[in-house]
Design a protein around this ligand. Structure first.
Ligand code: ZN
Length: 486
């Protein structure tokens, strides 16, 4: 068995005010052929899984480029074409192969390409022909398109949000592709458009039981795989929306029926798949009223993982105006302020301007007399077992508030974001994290309560207020019934 594995992706927020460029990939996950580390990455999860199984099975894995940029605006055309063509050239050099396995996102948009994954998979298919098993792992915030389905044999999305299962799903992808290449199974993909879009938090009911029920269908009665594509609300492309994908062993009618049933169930839950965010002052009032501490507040609107800058100051501003102390905030992206703090050194006091730089939805910069706390070069946090770079980090302290400034634009995944620069989140009254939901797995165990906050921001939760030009309609919540019959 000869497997070619590579990865290319980002989650494109078509409303974000800055582009995704080549440097966005090079400063994100970027592993040229042969340089992928032993630990997993998101773009390299299929490669990582193929490597692991190759050792036991005597397979050959030919490694291509694996790269994923932090979400931002539309990808620069030349950046996408450059990376795509590198992977295609590496694939051509690797021929003949039995399997092609790609790590992608599923919501990548570039200038001239509304469906980068469909484009890449189609070109892969042209290169390898009809008899090679081609597949991809996708983030569940994907737009699953007909072009992807036509070009691939197997698509597998994450099941969990937070995305703690990228390695488990990659293992399933590789196993299914190898079985396909061996002729043991004949996958047929059935895709159902649910006629809706929304945020869906899988640790909570009713999503928890729904995902468990979908997973329990796999591996029996001819069902090979079930994926729930949540969709990404900030991607203004025709195929944006929630879709159910069922893969059967050559039983497409059964797959169609099951996908529709699961899609109808999801549509019926549409009002209850995530908690309602609170306005800033309501969130702070609720946190202050809580007898147990700390209360974790998620600044969902400035989540870099959804394409926001990660430098907004609205919540810090509210803390200072209301003289609320014993609070920690992180991460806040400001490489210039980080460099200034490293120049000043640990323990230094200085007047510092930080945050509020990238766009009007970043708010105003904060000007304050700060004390520099601990500094950390090339710090890392984890989402599940996958490491993610924070870059250089500086803790600053002002008015009883501790802020973690980072040189890499990213969201909060785990408390080591704070602890590695000397801030103990468990000892705080209020911990503000910039993240929509990935923070949840690691922060919920230390939180007395978790509150989602609707501050202004590039990924503010009221996406119905955005002006969409390209999405297919009708679709709930923009239209009452979606494409379903009420
Ligand atoms: Zn996602």
């Amino acid at each position: 068995m000869r497997i070619f594995a590579a990865g290319l992706g980002t989650e494109t927020n078509t409303f974000a005010p800055f582009p995704t460029s080549l440097s966005g990939f090079e400063t994100g996950e970027y592993f040229p052929p042969g340089s992928h580390p032993d630990e997993p990455s998101f773009s390299g999860a299929p490669l990582w899984a193929a490597r692991r199984r190759a050792r036991e099975n005597n397979w050959i894995v030919v490694e291509g480029l694996c790269t994923m940029a932090e979400p931002a605006g539309i990808t620069v055309r030349s950046a996408y074409e450059t990376l795509r063509d590198q992977i295609l050239d590496q694939l051509k050099a690797a021929l003949p192969v039995d399997v092609v396995a790609l790590g992608m996102h599923g919501a990548m948009v570039a200038e001239g390409y509304d469906d980068c994954e469909g484009d890449l998979l189609s070109r892969v298919r042209e290169v390898v022909g009809p008899d090679v098993a081609v597949g991809a792992e996708l983030d569940l915030h994907c737009h699953i398109t007909d072009q992807m389905i036509a070009a691939a044999d197997v698509l597998v999305t994450y099941k969990e949000y937070p995305h703690t299962d990228s390695t488990a799903r990659a293992e399933e992808l590789i196993a299914l592709l190898v079985r396909t290449a061996n002729g043991d199974v004949h996958p047929k993909m059935s895709l159902h458009d649910c006629g809706m879009i929304g945020m869906m938090h899988t640790p909570r009911e009713p999503m928890r039981s729904y995902v468990d029920r979908a997973a329990a269908l796999e591996g029996k009665d001819g069902v090979l795989s079930v994926s729930i594509g949540h969709g990404f609300p900030w991607g203004d492309v025709a195929d944006m929306g929630s879709r159910v994908l069922v893969i059967t062993d050559d039983a497409p009618e059964k797959g169609d029926s099951l996908a529709r049933t699961l899609g109808d169930e999801l549509f019926a839950m549409r009002d209850n798949t995530a908690p309602q965010p609170l306005a800033i002052d309501d969130a702070l009032d609720t946190a202050l009223a809580s007898a147990a501490k700390p209360v974790v507040l998620a600044d969902v609107s400035d989540n870099a993982g959804g394409g926001a800058p990660g430098d907004s100051t609205f919540l810090i501003d509210a803390l200072r105006k209301r003289k609320i102390g014993n609070a920690a905030v992180g991460p806040l992206w400001d490489p210039i302020a980080v460099a200034t703090c490293f120049d000043a050194g640990e323990g230094a006091s200085l007047p510092l301007r930080f945050g509020g730089k990238m766009c009007p939805l970043s708010g105003q910069p904060v000007d304050a007399d700060v004390t520099v706390g601990a500094l950390a070069r090339q710090a890392v946090q984890h989402l599940g077992d996958t490491p993610s770079p924070l870059g250089d980090c500086a803790a600053i302290h002002l008015d009883g508030i501790a802020v973690v400034l980072t040189s890499v634009r990213t969201q909060a995944y785990s408390p080591d974001l704070f602890t590695q620069v000397g801030i103990d989140p468990a000892a705080m009254d209020i911990v503000i994290v910039k993240s929509t939901q990935h923070f949840y797995t690691a922060f919920a165990p230390l939180a007395a309560d978790v509150i989602y906050v609707a501050a202004p921001g590039v990924v503010a939760p009221e996406f119905t207020a955005l002006t969409y030009r390209n999405i297919a309609r009708p679709k709930w919540p923009f239209d009452k019934g979606g494409t379903q019959e009420d």
